[in-house]
Structure formats: C-alpha cells, structure tokens
Design a protein around this ligand. Structure first.
Ligand SMILES: [Fe+2]
Length: 175
C-alpha cells in the first residue's frame, strides 16, 4: 500500500474517535490543516498539522497512542520526510514550551489538554529544541492544533484536500 492510500485509511479511521474534546479526531485533523492553510503554511507544515494526532487511530496499537507524538514522527518520517515527521513529533514539546513561556497560552488550554500536560511532564523549555531551525514552525503547528477543537468551525479542508497535499509532498521528495 502506498503512503497516500495509507494516509487516506488513517484519516478515515479517525471519524468518531474522541479524546474528550468537542470534536472527533477527524474534525480535529481537518481543522488543524485548515488553520495551517489560513496561516499560509507550506505543504509540509499543513500535512504535519493534519496528521499530528494519527496515533489516536484504532489502526495503531494502544501503546502507540500513549506516546502519540513519537508515533506520529516515526510513521510520517519515512513516508513524507524528516521535516513533516519532526514537526508533527514536536506538538507535545511545543505545548510544554508555550505553557512555560506564555501565561495566556496555559490559561486558554482545554481541560483535556491541561490534564494530559501533567502526564506529559508539565511545562518545560528544552534548550536544544528552541534553537532548532524548524522550531518556529513547530510552535505554529501547536497553535493550529489548539484552535482545531471548535464544534462550530466550517470544514474548509477535506480528506481529499489533505491527500492532494500529501501527494505533492511525496512527489517533491522523489524529484
Ligand atoms: Fe492535536
């Protein structure tokens, strides 16, 4: 099965998967991608935003969901490249960083996200990450993630839209 077909299967499998937020994991994925598009993000960042929580898919083992940031990175990197995997893989670290550095950010997190923060080790600034060239984009992705839990949002991005972007990213890597 090619990476695009696998991505389609994974995204579809997120319908009706709930993580105690106001939208299911498919709407969360599509809203994350939509917020990235609105922000003028490049294809790789849009794709990472769409797929950052794929480890919540029932197609993964339960253990993979527990370390879901790492699972996303490991799944995405061989298929869509180092940067897509890295960006998706930092969405927990980015939350920990933003809570540590921006009081308004922590105050606006959903109860579910605050609870998981504790399990993820709480607020922390990792010096090696902050100087990474891709870190600003990881923070952008985190903002899309947090804005993608709105039950009243218009669905401006579809699974097919994400797949078109995934195809472009995959093709770019081959060329
Ligand atoms: Fe998320």
């Amino acid at each position: 099965m090619d990476a695009i077909t696998e991505t389609a299967r994974l995204l579809s499998s997120l319908r009706d998967v709930w993580d105690e937020e106001a939208v299911d994991e498919l709407d969360h994925a599509l809203q994350s991608a939509a917020r990235a598009v609105d922000d003028g993000a490049d294809d790789e960042l849009v794709l990472a935003a769409a797929l950052h929580d794929i480890a919540h898919s029932p197609l993964f083992e339960a253990a993979a969901a527990e370390r879901h940031d790492q699972t996303a990175r490991e799944w995405l990197t061989p298929r869509f490249g180092e940067r897509v995997g890295w960006l998706a893989g930092q969405h927990v670290a980015a939350k920990r960083y933003l809570v540590a550095t921006d009081p308004a950010y922590g105050a606006a997190l959903t109860p579910t996200s605050l609870t998981s923060l504790q399990a993820q080790g709480g607020a922390e600034v990792e010096p090696a990450l902050v100087v990474h060239a891709w870190w600003p984009d990881a923070l952008r992705l985190r903002r899309y993630d947090d804005a993608a839990k709105d039950p009243n949002a218009d669905a401006t991005v579809t699974i097919d839209d994400v797949l078109v972007i995934a195809e472009r990213v995959a093709r770019q890597r081959e060329s």
